[in-house]
Design a protein around this ligand. Sequence first.
Ligand code: AMP
Length: 433
Amino acid sequence: MQFDQLGLPESLVRAVREQGYTEPTAIQAEAIPAILAGHDVMAAAQTGTGKTAGFTLPLLARLGENAPANGRPRAVRALILTPTRELTAQVQESVTTYGRHAGLKSTVVFGGVGMKPQIDRLRRGVDIVVATPGRLLDHIRQRTIDLSKIETLVLDEADRMLDMGFIHDIRKVIATLPKERQTLLFSATFSDEISKLAMGMLNNPVRIEVARRNTAVETIRQHVHPVDRGGKRALLSQLIRNGDWRQVLVFTRTKHGADRLAKQLAVDDITATAIHGNKSQTARTRALADFKKGAVRVLVATDIAARGLDIDQLPHVVNFELPNVPEDYVHRIGRTGRAGREGAALSLVCVDELKLLSGIEKVIGQDLERQVVPGFEPDPNERPQPIFKQRGAPPARKRQPRPTGAAAPRRGKPAGSGQPSQRRRAAFAGGNR
Ligand code: AMP
């Protein structure tokens, strides 16, 4: 299958070719014709599958059919909702890249920066708005945006928007849109909540599912380095240095932990910067730009801040700490191995995290290979300590439905709160598998 067989106009095929894409990814091959035909679409696709181009290209094609001539007034005809500022900026970058020959205008709307420049940009006239729900509502309330001409609504990473508590904002936004419109919903997983949201909103949607639910992208090599709690930092520095890793995304569980680790790496002469929700938008943008252009080697991130980050050919993702929610593991490692490229994801796991690890293995339906690094053998006598919930951490999320075939998650105490069994600890300290 080639891009020019999908029914896209030449201007878009050319832009895609200029990006160096040779053929459409699976989600693109399925979603593009369906969206071009005007259908509502409900697609399960993780980041890294090429889903952004999957909805952006046909969206641009449809809008381009009756784009106003230069100088003519423009109305907002497409709205793309995303969960985070970073993702908003990235989606707009894709809109700009793919639409560079299409003669359409787009802008972003998100919080953490002044309203005024956004209002000015909206007043000058745009065809496409990419927005986070909260700031968009501010504009709606202040009547600084007119959404009455919307033809297409895209909900990108809808599962994460629900997780982040945006459901009410989303419903309020949708209430202001024309009933007659095309709606496209993209989500990493189809949970009951997503299906409920979709039911009232999508009209007889075409359902597309390209990757198995909660299945880690297959081009990613994954393994676990068992290590003592206090040995993680030194092990990480050694792995980065010995492997001569140039671009590493490292996940911590907490904002404070992200800051601390970035500072400690700097002490080890490894350039690092942290990105998390307590940083200003300017600081987040700068950190990401520095990392993308290779000015810093390590970007230390929390889950929310890293959601949706698209960094080309990111070769290494490290879980410095395992996430509390097993599904976040899938999202984290999805930062590498994008669009079919190879990537490596490794997790530094200490005895406190064995329950989290087995929860992750159940969700992804596979056991992760253990590789003990010489010099960092975990002490079999190290006693597990409870993993405390951070102050200000988001409320616990509802559990996602299990992938077919995976064993039922354990009921009772939350993962990570208890003592791992003697057997599990022995196997963990015992070495490679
Ligand atoms: P996404 O899943 O939308 O975040 O896209 C993941 C990455 O895949 C991005 O860096 C895109 O530039 C890249 N990409 C999208 N479509 C293709 C394609 N057809 N061929 C190669 N790379 C692509």
